[in-house]
Design a protein. Structure first.
Length: 133
């Protein structure tokens, strides 16, 4: 078994696709409209679906916003440099809601950004090159 994807309901698909592709640097892997069901699905990620877990963005045509609820936490993305990632995200129009710095009570450097629907994305600084070797 392996994780395939995480699904997020979004209120504006084009705005969300722009955020995940242009601000966070993901690739649109596939997209399809389901006219009879009045919804669209778009899958984005950092690699192909066969080898990577991806995000499924679900856009229900008649709904423009959702209550996020208190059970949802965040999505986490590994980055080489959280400080630099925050600056790049801000330069691309993204919203940093917690600047890069050590996590409370620890040494791991983290930051948080927010997508157009208010979902939180945690950036966790890791040496990606060392992990891939």
């Amino acid at each position: 078994m392996r994780m395939l994807h995480t699904m997020l309901r979004v209120g504006n698909l084009e705005q969300s696709l722009k955020f995940y592709t242009e601000v966070l640097g993901m690739t649109l892997l596939r997209q399809r409209d389901y006219e009879e069901g009045r919804f669209s699905l778009a899958f984005v990620g950092y690699g192909d679906e066969q080898h990577h877990t991806v995000l499924e963005l679900t856009y229900n045509w008649d709904i423009s916003s959702y209550e996020l609820g208190t059970a949802y936490g965040h999505i986490a993305i590994a980055v080489d440099d959280a400080y630099q990632a925050c600056e790049e995200i801000k330069a691309r129009g993204g919203k940093v809601v917690r600047e890069a710095g050590p996590m409370k009570g620890g040494v791991t450097v983290i930051a948080f950004v927010e997508d157009p629907d208010g979902y939180k994305i945690e950036l966790i600084q890791q040496d990606l090159n060392a992990r891939n070797n």
